[in-house]
Each structure stands twice: as structure tokens, then as C-alpha cells.
Design a protein around this ligand. Structure first.
Ligand code: NAP
Ligand code: HSE
Length: 429
């Protein structure tokens, strides 16, 4: 049976999907007994060079050519962002079309609405590519691991920032140079601020935590900080204390109390996540029955992401053939409380600029003592023109205490600025 597919968007991911669908055409037919083909492609600019061989007649700028065509049974959305992607997906689902999307922004913010709409229409909504590029994460959490209570999710789930931090560490590249390379390689979002400021990882963590912790998780419940404050000096100081800097996404469920954080983090060089470099992603998952699991692979890029999208197309085709489309529906999802103290106590790294005068260290130490914060290491790194750069590594302390101490530091006249604050990840037990 011939199955027509409409593709919304033909950028980095969309072009990869066309390429891979063509390469796997015979295999897909063998596996599913169906012969799918992408017959219409929605874009904004009909004249743009797309780096793939594409019949110009397939291209359209009119979404109705796909959404209102009853012969199109599957819609793949690779536009990105919230609107018009959300409206197009809802329209397609209501028209009885199966939808596959790589759009984490949309699933993180409007996942319930979209899943409920698919459920009501009895069609598939599949989004494996939304988190971790080529790495299977959604399906393992949703299907293979459902017998577990998942207690920990910890990983590197943004390829752009991992590429930037790796370049800064290994080649001494500066931030903007490394960002430009990540954009040229197709890893970054259309607006890379969501990568750099940690929002892309926070959206992905929202999706993973919702499925993994079986809870209604809101994006606003994730504590987010990005990598803009990380300098070459931090990379060097981290290395001096045996660490590399990674943008880590961390979620824990401790007896129904959640803690969710995305933050640049000092990771000991011996930690399994320290060696995850370039655009690679990795996710460590701890289940009460499964024990520890680690998922690793390419987290971004054209073909790696297309691998997950086309895998979803094959699942949708199989479901159509077996007449079981729409079978994974969202049942009851409890809301769990978020830990107001920000989760477990961790060591923290603070870099600050202080007035280079006698007695300043004593004042800093005094304030830390008043707040019950114990310092493990205090280093004066360099001084010029009356300003000294100071790096403190604390003993384990709750994130909430660190927030309070940083606020108090900001009020101290002898502290000119707090330039970088990062937790230090302990080794996995
Ligand atoms: P992209 O390269 O910017 O491509 C977006 C495509 O959508 C372009 O073809 C663009 O058309 C089209 N488009 C944008 N707005 C449109 C509109 N209003 N109407 C019609 N077409 C529109 O983006 P991408 O990197 O492929 O990412 C697509 C999605 O995949 C996003 O949700 C992203 O988060 C997700 N994702 C990306 C990666 C990755 O490595 N890049 C990995 C995983 C998931 P024109 O070409 O005509 O401008
Ligand atoms: N911009 C994203 C990243 C693409 O860099 O990880 C993959 O979701």
C-alpha cells in the first residue's frame, strides 16, 4: 500500500529525513508492507538551496496543501518553535493524520494538549527525536523501563553547548567562535540563545522527567542557568581541581519530591559524563529495579536526528498495519512537589572579583560561617588594579543556601561581583 507523507519544514532535520527515507525505502517496505513517500514539503522560501535533490513541484508555502489533503496520512513536523507548528500539528491530528515531530519546545510546553488531541483522534503522536537526537530515550522511558520507579536522570542533553564547552576545553576556542562552528554544523536552534541559556536542555529535561518520573512537570519548575558566565579562566581553574565543565541536566525523584536543574557543572574528569564531547549527548538513568543505565550518542545534526524521526515513521506505519494506532495514551499523571531547597547538597564553585585589600578574606569567611557554609578551598587567582579574582570551592551545601550566600555576598562592599557559580557533580556511587 502506498502511504503519502507531508513534511512541514525542510531545514537541517527535514532535509535529513528526506535523504534517509529515500535510502531506507526498500527496507521500510519490507518491514511494514507499506511504501511510504514524502509527497509534499512545506517551506517559507521556495528558492532556497537545500543541499538535497528535491523535485521543485513537491515544495509549497501553503500548509493546506498538506493539512487538508485527505491522501496524506502522516505529517512530519520539523519547523520548530511554538507557532505555527502547534496549530499545524493540532489540525493534522484532528484530521486523523499521524504526526511525528522533533519539536521539544512544543512537547515541553503543550505536550498534554497535543497528546490528548491525538488520543481523542485515535492517531499516533511520536517525538523520539525531540530529546537526544539519535539516542533512543523517549521509547525506553515510556515502554522498556515502565516497571521501574525512576529516581535519577542526569545527563548532557544539549549538543550545541557541549560542542562549545568541548572546544573551549580542548582547543582554547573562545565562546563565540565555538558557537559559530556549532551553528554551521546544524546543531544549534534557529535562535541559539535557547541552547546557550540552558532553555533547550530545560525543555528536554521537562519531557524526560514527565515520562521518567510519571509526573506532571512544568518547565517553570526547572532551575535553569546557561553557559554565558563560563570563561576560559573557569575552564582552567576547573581543570586545576580535576574537573571539566559540562552543562548538566539533573532530575531526581526522592519519594515523590522532585528536584530539576540545568546548570553548568564541574564534573570530575573520572566521571562517565566527563568524556562525552562535541555534539554527543549522554543520559544516565537510575531505576529502582533496573539499576544504572547509560545512553550515549549523537544528540544533534541532520542524519542523527533523522534516524529517530524515520524510526518513528516506521512505528506509525507498523501501527497502521496492525490497526493499533494511538495505543500509547497518557493516563493519570500525578503532580509531584518540587523540593524548595533545590535538591541534594553539593559542593559549589564560586568565582568572584573582590577589592584587593587586607581583611577581605576574613569578611568572606565570616559571612560563610554565619550562613553555615563551610569552605573547602579558597584561592586568590590573580590581582590587578586593586581587584583580586577569588575562587572558592565549598563543602556540600544545599543549593538554597548557596543562593542565600551569593545574595549576601552581592551586598558586601568589598565584593565587586560574583562572576560564576556552579555546582560540582559528585562521582556516581
Ligand atoms: P531549521 O534548519 O531552522 O529548519 C526549519 C525549517 O522550517 C526550514 O525549512 C524553514 O523553511 C521551515 N519553516 C520555518 N518556519 C516556517 C513557517 N512559518 N512556515 C513554513 N515553514 C517554516 O531547523 P532544524 O534544525 O531542522 O530543526 C527543526 C526542529 O527539529 C526543531 O524543532 C528543532 O528543535 C528540532 N531538532 C533539531 C535538531 C538539530 O540537530 N538541528 C536535533 C533535534 C531536534 P525555509 O527553509 O524555507 O526557511
Ligand atoms: N539545538 C539542539 C542541541 C538540537 O544543540 O542539542 C538537538 O535537540
Amino acid at each position: 500500500m502506498d502511504i503519502r507523507i507531508g513534511l512541514l519544514g525542510c531545514g537541517t532535520v527535514g532535509a535529513g529525513v528526506i535523504d534517509l527515507m529515500r535510502k531506507r525505502s526498500n527496507k521500510i517496505s519490507d518491514m511494514t508492507g507499506m511504501r511510504p513517500s514524502i509527497t509534499r514539503v512545506l517551506v517559507r522560501d521556495l528558492t532556497k538551496e537545500r543541499g538535497i535533490d528535491l523535485d521543485g513541484a513537491m515544495l509549497t508555502t501553503n500548509p493546506d496543501d498538506i493539512l487538508s489533503d485527505p491522501d496524506i496520512r502522516i505529517v512530519i513536523e520539523t519547523i520548530g518553535g511554538i507557532e505555527p507548528a502547534r496549530s499545524y500539528i493540532l489540525t493534522a491530528l484532528k484530521a486523523g493524520k499521524h504526526v511525528i515531530t522533533a519539536n521539544k519546545d512544543l512537547i515541553a510546553l503543550h505536550g498534554s494538549e497535543i497528546i490528548e488531541t491525538a488520543d481523542a483522534a485515535g492517531v499516533d503522536i511520536l517525538y523520539e527525536a525531540a530529546v537526544g537526537g539519535a539516542i533512543p530515550l523517549i521509547r525506553p522511558l515510556k515502554e522498556s523501563l515502565t516497571a521501574n520507579d525512576i529516581t535519577d536522570l542526569l545527563g548532557i542533553i544539549n549538543g550545541t553547548t557541549n560542542y562549545i564547552l568541548t572546544q573551549m576545553t580542548e582547543t582554547g576556542a573562545d565562546f563565540s567562535e565555538a558557537l559559530k562552528e556549532a551553528q554551521d554544523l546544524g546543531y544549534a536552534e534557529a535562535d541559539p540563545t535557547s541552547d546557550v541559556d540552558g532553555l533547550d536542555a530545560a525543555r528536554k529535561l521537562t519531557i524526560l522527567a514527565t515520562i521518567g518520573f510519571h509526573a506532571k512537570v512544568n518547565l517553570s519548575e526547572v532551575e535553569v542557568s546557561g553557559i554565558r558566565s563560563v570563561t576560559a579562566a573557569d575552564v582552567k581553574y576547573a581543570s586545576e581541581i580535576g574537573c571539566v565543565i559540562k552543562l548538566l541536566a539533573s532530575g531526581t525523584d526522592r519519594n515523590g519530591i522532585l528536584s530539576l536543574r540545568v546548570s553548568p557543572t564541574l564534573v570530575p574528569k573520572q566521571h562517565p559524563l566527563a568524556g562525552v564531547s562535541g555534539s554527543y549527548n549522554a543520559l544516565f538513568v537510575r531505576g529502582d529495579a533496573s539499576g544504572d543505565l547509560m545512553f550515549f550518542g549523537r544528540g544533534a545534526g541532520s542524519l542523527p536526528t533523522a534516524s529517530s524521526v524515520v524510526g518513528d515513521v516506521i512505528e506509525a506505519l507498523r501501527n497502521m498495519r496492525l490497526n493499533v494506532s494511538g495505543r500509547v495514551s497518557q493516563m493519570v499523571m500525578p503532580h509531584k512537589t518540587v523540593d524548595p531547597d533545590g535538591g541534594s547538597a553539593l559542593r559549589h564553585y564560586l568565582r568572584m572579583s573582590v577589592v584587593d585589600q587586607p581583611g577581605v578574606f576574613a569578611k568572606i569567611a565570616g559571612l560563610c560561617g554565619d550562613e553555615g557554609l563551610s569552605m573547602e578551598t579558597v584561592l586568590q587567582k590573580r590581582a590587578s588594579k586593586g581587584t583580586a579574582e577569588v575562587v572558592i570551592v565549598t563543602h556540600e551545601v544545599k543549593p538554597e543556601v548557596i543562593r542565600r550566600v551569593v545574595e549576601a555576598f552581592r551586598q558586601m562592599p568589598s565584593i565587586k561581583s560574583i562572576d560564576c557559580v556552579m555546582p560540582v557533580q559528585p562521582m556516581t556511587e
